[in-house]
Design a protein around this ligand. Sequence first.
Ligand SMILES: NC(=O)c1ccc[n+]([C@@H]2O[C@H](COP(=O)([O-])OP(=O)(O)OC[C@H]3O[C@@H](n4cnc5c(N)ncnc54)[C@H](OP(=O)(O)O)[C@@H]3O)[C@@H](O)[C@H]2O)c1
Length: 336
Amino acid sequence: MRCMVLRELKNPLVAEQREPLQPAEGQAVVRLHAAALNRRDYWITQGMYPGIRLPVVLGSDGAGTVVRIGDGVPHHWSRQPVVINPGWNWGDDPRAQSGEFRILGMPADGTYAEEVVVPAEYLHARPDHLTWTEAAALPLGGLTAYRALFTQGQLRSGQSVLITGIGGGVATCAMQLARHAAGRVLVTSSSDEKLQRAGELGADAGYNYRQAGWARQLIADHGRVDLIIDSAGGEGYADLLELAAPGGRIVSYGSTAGKPGNLDLFKVFWKQLHVTGSTMGTPDDFRSMLELVQRQTIRPVVDQVVPLEKANEALEKMRDSRQFGKIVLAIDSSSQ
Ligand SMILES: NC(=O)c1ccc[n+]([C@@H]2O[C@H](COP(=O)([O-])OP(=O)(O)OC[C@H]3O[C@@H](n4cnc5c(N)ncnc54)[C@H](OP(=O)(O)O)[C@@H]3O)[C@@H](O)[C@H]2O)c1
């Protein structure tokens, strides 16, 4: 089976041919039709991730067909079209993951491959309305966005939500999920073109975070915001404290732009803000996300589909944040 392997940090992935994978007890082998990129994959190639073990097949997102099952795996999974929950070993506490928590695609070999081995408990039937490409784009971003918005962010119908950096894969998933629950979905981006695309997909208003005074303008146009979902952090985080409504919530799931600068804690306590973190999600979060996606026939935003062998070019595009939504790798191009 073909796969793209990271052998050395800061070097391109290498195309390899390997023997077909065999499942152990409780596992299934999925023949992948498509995989998708996450920024995590790029961070790993750069050595900017804890516990890196090489060589590894990157990739947390994938959709495909179960082709082999190990002992103890229910037979209904055979030949089943599936998506894979990439968050493994969450543990017993729904509030936070255990020390055993792992993400598919390092240390376990991931989805930039024709086949992947998955414990059967992380298989889920592919939502019927999604193409293979869309199904592959969903798992990690959908799960992270769902938990940030609903489990941690407690988004209630009619409330306003601000999603920063809308070009991001998780951010576009969050916009799609929030549209069906929120009263108003506001977004930010470094790119006016991405803001326009977000508007076409249902965002109520967009602001360019590179423009001075954007936060003041947002407040003037729409008032302060009930829930803010952010993966950037950095200097811009201070604006979020200003933008949050009294009693509002700010959920961080990443820090692409680094540590926040000087934070005005007065705003946190005087406005009674809830400042919260979120990482991927529990198995229940994943099931709830899939239910919402099915019920509302939500489709993840796909920026571009490229062949598996072009994974290095796709990673470069992600490094430069040129995408709007998810970059997908076509593995079996006959069935997109
Ligand atoms: N905790 C978790 O479970 C979890 C899960 C997934 C991702 N993450 C983290 O979340 C971040 C995004 O991941 P992703 O996979 O969605 O990545 P991605 O698709 O590469 O998204 C990156 C986007 O971040 C936005 N951005 C960059 N700098 C920004 C800034 N200063 N202010 C506001 N937005 C900024 C950009 O949006 P524009 O192009 O619109 O400007 C960019 O397109 C990464 O740091 C990742 O490690 C964490």
